[in-house]
Design a protein around this ligand. Structure first.
Ligand code: ATP
Length: 357
C-alpha cells in the first residue's frame, strides 16, 4: 500500500446555526458544531432526526434556510458541491454500472481535469488503499456488496477531499461484512487524514468507529461526546435509551445523602448513585441496561415474559407489578411466567429528574 499522505486540509469545519426548512417543517432547527481537522465524527440518531439532511447541507446538495458553514476561516455555504470538493459515500453505492472499478474511481478526477498520468497514479493509490488493486477491471455487477462499497470509498477519497461524508455506508451489507468494514473505514480514515462525518442510526457503529458522537433528535443536537462519555454518562433519558439503557422506571426519592439516594420504584426500594442533588419526594426516572439488571435476591419483583439463552447468560423481558417493562439478565435459567427479583448496583442506575424524563 502507498505511504499515508498528510492531512489534506488541516482545517476545522464549523457549523453555526444550521437550519433547514421544508415548507413549514423544520428538519434542522439550528445545529452548532465544530469538527477538528482529521476528526471522525458520527451523527447518530433515530430515523427522521435530520442526519441525512445535515450531511446533504454540508455537502452542498441542499441549501440552508439559515446558518453558516466554514472550513478554516472561509465560508463555504454559498459554494456549489463541486467547489467544496468533499468526498461522499452513500448507502446505495451509486456506481456507474457500465464502468469498471478503475473508471468509477477515476470519474471525479476526469471531471476535475487532473492530468492523465497524475490521475492514473492517484487511482492506483486509492484502489490499493481500499485493497482492491486486483479487482480494478471488474464491473460493479461482478463484485460483492462489500467490494462495491470499497470502490465507492476509493472514488470519494481519490479527489483528496478535506472532508469525507458518509451516509449509512454499511446498511446494505450483511452483519459479518459490516463488522469488517467498520475497521476498514476506520483504517482508511486514519491513512488519508481527512475529516470524516459518518451518519448512522446504529449505536454500535458510532461507538466503535467515532472519535466523537453527536446524538441528534428532532432536528437538534442532544449531546456530543466521546463514545465513552455517551455510553457512561448520557445527559438525557432519550440519549440513554439510544445507548442501550432499555429499562425505564418511574420513581420517587425516599432519602438522599452523600451522592447516594434511596428511590421507591415499581414497588421496591432501590439504592442509586446521584450526580445532581435530589431531595426526598422528588420524582425521578431510573434507567438501567439489560446486562446490569440482574435476577437475584433483592430489587424489583417482576414476572418473566420472555427469556432467551445467549451463550453466557439468559436475557429477557419481565413485567413489574405496576406494568413497567424491564429488560434483565439472569445467570441461571428462567422461564416465562416465573417470578424474578431484579436489581442493579447503585452506580449502574442512571437517575434523571422528573417522572416523565
Ligand atoms: P433516516 O435515518 O430515516 O434517513 P434522517 O435522520 O436521516 O433519517 P432526514 O432524512 O434528514 O432524517 O429527514 C429529517 C426530516 O426531514 C424527516 O422528518 C423527513 O421526513 C423530512 N424531510 C427530509 N427531506 C424532505 C423533503 N425533501 N421534503 C420534506 N420533508 C423532508
Amino acid at each position: 500500500a502507498p505511504p499515508p499522505r498528510p492531512a489534506p486540509s488541516g482545517e476545522a469545519l464549523r457549523l453555526a446555526g444550521l437550519r433547514r426548512d421544508f415548507g413549514g417543517f423544520q428538519a434542522l432547527k439550528g445545529l452548532d458544531l465544530e469538527i477538528r481537522p482529521g476528526e471522525f465524527v458520527a451523527l447518530l440518531g433515530p430515523s427522521g432526526c435530520g442526519k441525512t439532511t445535515a450531511l446533504n447541507c454540508i455537502a452542498g446538495l441542499q441549501p440552508l434556510s439559515a446558518g453558516t458553514i466554514s472550513l478554516g476561516d472561509r465560508r463555504i455555504d454559498e459554494l456549489p458541491p463541486e467547489r467544496r470538493g468533499f468526498g461522499m459515500v452513500f448507502q446505495s453505492y451509486a456506481l456507474f454500472p457500465h464502468m469498471n472499478a478503475r473508471r468509477n474511481v477515476g470519474f471525479g478526477l476526469a471531471m476535475q481535469r487532473v492530468p492523465r498520468r497524475e490521475a492514473e497514479k492517484r487511482i492506483d493509490e486509492a484502489l490499493a488503499l481500499v485493497r482492491l488493486s486486483a479487482q480494478a477491471d471488474k464491473l460493479p455487477g461482478q463484485m460483492s456488496g462489500g467490494q462495491q462499497q470499497r470502490v465507492a470509498i476509493a472514488r470519494a477519497i481519490v479527489i483528496r477531499p478535506p472532508v469525507v461524508l458518509m451516509d449509512e455506508p454499511l446498511s446494505n451489507l450483511d452483519a459479518k461484512l459490516r463488522l469488517e468494514m467498520r475497521a476498514e473505514i476506520r483504517r482508511i480514515h486514519e491513512a488519508i487524514g481527512s475529516t470524516t462525518i459518518y451518519v448512522t442510526h446504529d449505536q454500535d457503529e458510532a461507538l466503535s468507529m467515532a472519535d466523537r458522537i453527536v446524538v441528534m433528535r428532532d432536528g437538534l443536537i442532544r449531546q456530543t461526546g466521546t463514545p465513552e462519555e455517551l455510553y457512561e454518562r448520557p445527559a438525557h433519558a432519550d440519549v440513554a435509551e439510544f445507548m442501550g439503557y432499555r429499562s425505564k422506571l418511574a420513581g420517587r426519592v425516599v432519602s438522599a445523602s452523600n451522592g447516594r439516594a434511596s428511590v421507591e420504584a415499581c414497588g421496591a426500594r432501590l439504592e442509586v448513585s446521584v450526580r445532581a442533588p435530589v431531595s426526598p419526594g422528588d420524582p425521578v426516572t431510573l434507567m438501567v441496561r439489560p446486562e446490569d439488571l440482574v435476577a437475584g435476591t433483592s430489587g424489583v419483583v417482576a414476572t418473566v415474559r420472555i427469556s432467551e439463552y445467549r451463550g453466557r447468560a439468559f436475557f429477557g423481558a419481565a413485567q413489574a407489578i405496576d406494568g413497567t417493562e424491564l429488560f434483565f439478565r439472569s445467570d441461571r435459567p428462567v422461564s416465562t411466567g416465573e417470578r424474578v427479583t431484579l436489581g442493579a448496583r447503585p452506580d449502574q442506575i442512571l437517575v434523571f429528574a422528573g417522572s416523565g424524563a
